[in-house]
Design a binder for this molecule. Structure first.
Ligand SMILES: [Zn+2]
Length: 275
C-alpha cells in the first residue's frame, strides 16, 4: 500500500514536471516571436512614468507627408534644411528607431538593433518603447506629431476619419503653424533656393488650410513611386517570353519533321504505283 502511494505521488510529480515543461516551452516560443499582452500592460504603466506624450503613429504620418510631398523638391533644389527647422529629420524623436525597422515580409518585422522578430509593426513599436527607449530624445520641439495640423496627417493615415465640419478657427490655426514652418525652414533671405521652396511650401501645404472648397493639399504632386504591379508584370514577361519562343520553335520543328515524313511516304507510294 505505501509502495503504491509512493508510485502515485511519483507519477503525480512527473505529471507536474511535464506540465511545467510544456508551459515553459509555450511561454518561450510565445515570447520569441512577439511581446504578449502582458508587456502591453507593462507598456501602459511605463507610459505613466516615462513622460513621452508624442504619438508615434501620428509622427510617422507627419514624416510620410514630409518625405513624400516635400523632400523630393528639397533634394531637387539641393537645399539643406536648417537644424532649427522642425521638419529636419534630426528633429523627429522617433527617426532613429524608425530607421531601424526591418520589414522582411507582410508578417515579419525585425528590430534593427537586436534583430528580434515580430509579427506586426505595432509589436515592434512596443519593443522599441520597452527596450530601446534610451534612443528617444524627447526634448522640446522634437515631436513631429505636433505639426500634424499643418502637414495634413489625417490624409496620410490609412484609416480616414469621417469628414467633420470645417472649423474656421482650426483652419486659421493650422495655416498659421504652416506658415511659421515655411518661415523657419525656408527663410526668404537665404538665397534663391530657399525663397523658391518657401513659395512652394505655401502652395503645397498651407493653401489648403481654409474652409473654402476647391484647394486641396499637395497640388504639386509627390515622390513618384514605382508601381509594384507593373514591376511584377515586367518580371513575368521576361520569364515567359523565352518560354513562348521555345514552344514555337519546338512546334515548328515538329511540323517540319511531319512534312518530311509525309513527302517520304508519298515518294514511296509513287515508286510503288508503276509496278
Ligand atoms: Zn531590439
Amino acid at each position: 500500500m505505501p509502495r503504491r502511494e509512493g508510485g502515485r505521488s511519483r507519477s503525480a510529480a512527473y505529471l507536474v514536471l511535464f506540465a511545467s515543461c510544456l508551459l515553459a516551452v509555450a511561454a518561450a516560443s510565445h515570447q520569441e516571436f512577439h511581446e504578449a499582452a502582458g508587456s502591453r500592460t507593462l507598456l501602459m504603466s511605463h507610459e505613466h512614468t516615462n513622460q513621452v506624450h508624442c504619438s508615434r503613429e501620428r509622427s510617422r504620418a507627419a514624416w510620410k507627408a514630409i518625405d513624400e510631398y516635400l523632400m523630393p523638391f528639397v533634394e531637387k533644389e539641393k537645399y539643406e534644411l536648417p537644424s532649427k527647422c522642425r521638419l529636419h529629420p534630426g528633429n523627429d524623436m522617433f527617426r532613429e528607431q524608425e530607421q531601424h525597422k526591418i520589414h522582411f515580409d507582410i508578417n515579419e518585422w525585425r528590430c534593427g538593433f537586436c534583430k528580434k522578430a515580430f509579427r506586426a509593426e505595432k509589436f515592434l513599436d512596443q519593443h522599441f518603447h520597452n527596450r530601446h527607449n534610451n534612443l528617444v530624445d524627447n526634448s522640446q520641439g522634437r515631436c513631429l506629431a505636433d505639426l500634424c495640423g499643418a502637414l495634413h496627417c489625417d490624409l496620410m493615415l490609412e484609416f480616414k476619419k469621417p469628414k467633420s465640419k470645417c472649423s474656421a478657427t482650426a483652419a486659421a490655426r493650422n495655416r498659421h503653424l504652416c506658415e511659421s514652418l515655411a518661415d523657419s525652414c525656408f527663410p526668404i533671405n537665404q538665397g534663391q533656393s530657399a525663397s523658391r521652396l518657401h513659395e512652394f511650401f505655401l502652395r503645397q501645404f498651407c493653401d489648403a488650410h481654409t474652409c473654402k472648397n476647391g484647394s486641396k493639399p499637395f497640388p504639386k504632386g509627390g515622390r513618384k513611386q514605382t508601381n509594384r504591379f507593373y514591376l511584377a508584370l515586367c518580371a513575368l514577361t521576361i520569364v515567359l517570353l523565352p518560354l513562348f519562343y521555345l514552344i514555337v520553335f519546338l512546334h515548328q520543328r515538329e511540323m517540319k519533321k511531319g512534312g518530311q515524313n509525309l513527302r517520304r511516304i508519298s515518294k514511296v507510294v509513287q515508286k510503288k504505283k508503276p509496278s
